[in-house]
Design a binder for this molecule. Structure first.
Ligand SMILES: [Zn+2]
Length: 315
């Protein structure tokens, strides 16, 4: 299994820990979505299960490796949110606990991936905490989260934290060029907010860059007073709400950067007013991430009015 280049250093460090036999009973992999945490967790799991571990990781050929890839290894468990559900329930944690207690069958370790750790109700989290307090010998929990603040601190404190940040832009671009024959790689990465796996996913959707270009055009028209806010909001409702809000934020940041670095070419804008708008956009983005009950139309209208407000201040 290929290691993403931006994970290579962390991988070597953890692999050193494995080779020295200093494996903790619980790791939490923490970092943004779309950067490959899930694959990293599997690589780590498989390396622990492998019967002929190599310098660089699992051998990929032994009985354990073959079973693990098929998802049929008796010492490997992968807990996810069930389909049609919003979170990992207490039942899943209880079942996982009883399996964790069983004797290992093939490998030197039993590995359990929990993905994502932040999507757990309080009772499920407490059940997990209980087993983390008295972990069965040889069992390694590998949890994944992109929202560390949503995890019980008591759970975090019983796990060794591994930070897996998004790659630097130039590294993400270099990797993307090896994955897709696409001229607009930079634009894709922008649309994906710098997240390489999201950019790869977007590359399969031809409309997405057009939607983002339309949004950029609309924002500029709003700030010039050339577009009615409600009209803009109506048009935006045709695109995915999450994307629209995220793009608004990244396009706004680009605009600020442009104002700062090259004031002559940038549109005449009040940077402070722009920051105030971006605060509103960031707030909307947070609300979306928390999946609160939202009125999408109202959100878009409010944001369109905020952008149009910049036009008024300009005059
Ligand atoms: Zn192997």
């Amino acid at each position: 299994m290929e290691i993403y280049p931006w994970h290579a250093k962390t991988w070597r460090r953890l692999f050193g820990i494995i080779n020295e036999g200093r494996v903790p009973h619980a790791w939490v992999l923490s970092g943004p979505l779309y950067t490959g945490k899930s694959k990293f967790a599997k690589q780590l799991s498989f390396a622990l299960l492998c019967e002929r571990r190599r310098e660089e990781g699992a051998c990929g050929q032994c009985r354990s490796c073959r079973l693990a890839v098929q998802g049929a290894h008796p010492d490997f468990l992968h807990i996810k949110i069930p389909e049609q559900k919003q979170e990992i329930g207490i039942d899943a944690v209880r079942e996982m606990t009883s399996q964790a207690m069983l004797t290992r069958q093939l490998a030197a370790y039993k590995t359990i991936i929990i993905e994502p750790l932040d999507a757990m109700g309080l009772s499920a989290a407490n059940a997990l905490l209980k087993i983390l307090e008295e972990p069965p010998e040889g069992t390694v929990f590998i949890s994944i989260t992109h929202r560390r603040s949503a995890v019980l601190p008591t759970i975090m404190s019983r796990c060794q934290r591994i930070d897996l940040p998004a790659p630097a832009r130039k590294n993400a671009l270099r990797w993307l060029h090896t994955q897709i024959a696409e001229e607009r790689v930079e634009e894709l990465l922008d649309a994906a907010e710098g997240l390489p796996l999201r950019a790869l996913q977007l590359s399969e959707d031809r409309d997405i860059l057009n939607l983002r270009a339309n949004l950029r055009r609309d924002l500029s028209a709003l700030m010039r007073g050339h577009l009615a806010p409600l009209e803009a909001a109506k048009e935006w409702s045709n695109a995915p709400l999450d994307e629209t809000v995220a793009w608004m934020l990244s396009l706004g940041h680009n605009l600020i950067k442009q104002c700062m670095s090259d004031p002559a070419s940038a549109p005449k804008l009040d940077v402070r007013a722009l920051y105030a708008i971006l605060d509103e956009v960031a707030e909307a983005k947070r609300a979306l991430a928390e999946r609160a009950n939202l009125n999408g139309t109202l959100m878009l209208e409010t944001l369109a009015l905020a952008w149009a407000g910049a036009a008024r201040q300009e005059r």
